[in-house]
Write a protein that binds this ligand. Structure first.
Ligand SMILES: *[C@@H]1O[C@H](CO)[C@@H](O)[C@H](O)[C@H]1NC(C)=O
Length: 294
């Protein structure tokens, strides 16, 4: 009798602990995404633009096997990061479903075609350029504040994980878009890279002002190895050297800028992610990642 009461009490205690444990974790971390097509999850579907991923074969490996607006056969990097930190799949900021409680998960502000510079992607006409993505982030916070108040909104944003990915289009869809582009006429490559890095710093500073305190920052992947770039610029299927050179110049300078910015802010707010080498490894050593064919 006593032992069964003890057992019941023990089980109740365990139950309360479990519930409390679950409840104490019930403030999931919000997640915000900014950038270009590498991280857009559907915003451009709501825009009149040619930069869109709303027809097959986009999405063929996604759960629905249909195009979602992601520039991917399946999930993209924000989906994978979101799964790791246990947030609900993010909605694009322009999705009308993004309302009420759903706002508290965060939002994806990214838009395919954009770059660090406002003139990047001009050929896509109507895309959400970086200043507008940041303005939407501000507007988002006002909407959330009307739901849960200023104090809690600030906390939600401060504690959120943020991902920003841009820069590739400033090369592929600007400097190298045509043979004698305006920017390549205006700047030598090293000077153009310096311009991009200093403009990227302004964008990151604005993110900080808007409350971001934990930000993953990527520069560019191996631009010269993108299939479209190889098609246009390579002789024998090798990665195009000029765009590889651009990525090699740009990436370390972004990392250095982030280091200085963190020092200036007195806190490791920004984390540099070396997308170039992570991605290049997939190309150079496919066997290491489970591809037995090559
Ligand atoms: C980009 O446009 C915004 C306004 O939309 C402006 O405030 C900003 O200065 C521009 N950036 C550059 C580098 O011209």
């Amino acid at each position: 009798m006593i032992s069964s009461i003890t057992l019941v009490i023990f089980l109740m205690f365990l139950f309360i602990n479990l519930v409390w444990g679950v409840e104490s974790k019930s403030d999931p971390r919000a997640f915000f995404v900014f950038g270009d097509s590498l991280v857009d999850n559907g915003n451009n579907n709501y825009l009149i633009t040619t930069a869109r991923a709303d027809s097959p074969p986009y999405g063929i490996d996604y759960l629905s096997h249909r195009p979602t607006g992601r520039f991917s056969n399946g999930r993209n990097i924000p989906d994978l990061i979101g799964e790791q930190i246990g947030v609900e799949p993010l909605l694009p900021y322009l999705d009308p479903e993004l309302n009420g409680e759903k706002l508290l998960n965060g939002a994806n502000f990214a838009s395919a075609g954009i770059g660090i510079l406002n003139d990047t992607g001009f050929q896509f006409v109507n895309i959400i350029r970086m200043p507008q993505q940041l303005a939407f982030f501000d507007a988002y916070q006002k909407r959330v504040a009307s739901l849960i108040g200023n104090e809690k909104t600030k906390k939600l944003v401060n504690e959120a994980l943020v991902l920003i990915t841009c820069g590739g289009n400033d090369f592929v869809n600007n400097y190298y878009l045509v043979r004698n582009s305006f920017r390549s006429f205006q700047y030598r490559l090293p000077d153009y890279v310096r311009l991009l890095v200093s403009e990227y710093e302004k964008i990151l500073t604005r993110l900080y002002e808007l409350g971001a305190r934990r930000v993953l920052v990527t520069a560019t992947g191996p631009l010269g190895c993108a299939p479209s770039v190889i098609t246009l610029r390579s002789q024998n299927g090798e990665c195009a050297t000029e765009l590889q050179r651009a990525a090699d110049l740009f990436n370390p300078q972004v990392t250095a800028m982030i280091g200085l910015l963190n020092k200036k802010l007195g806190s490791d707010v920004f984390i540099s992610v070396d997308a170039h080498h992570i991605f290049y490894d997939f190309i150079a050593k496919p066997k290491d990642f489970g591809n037995p064919l090559i």
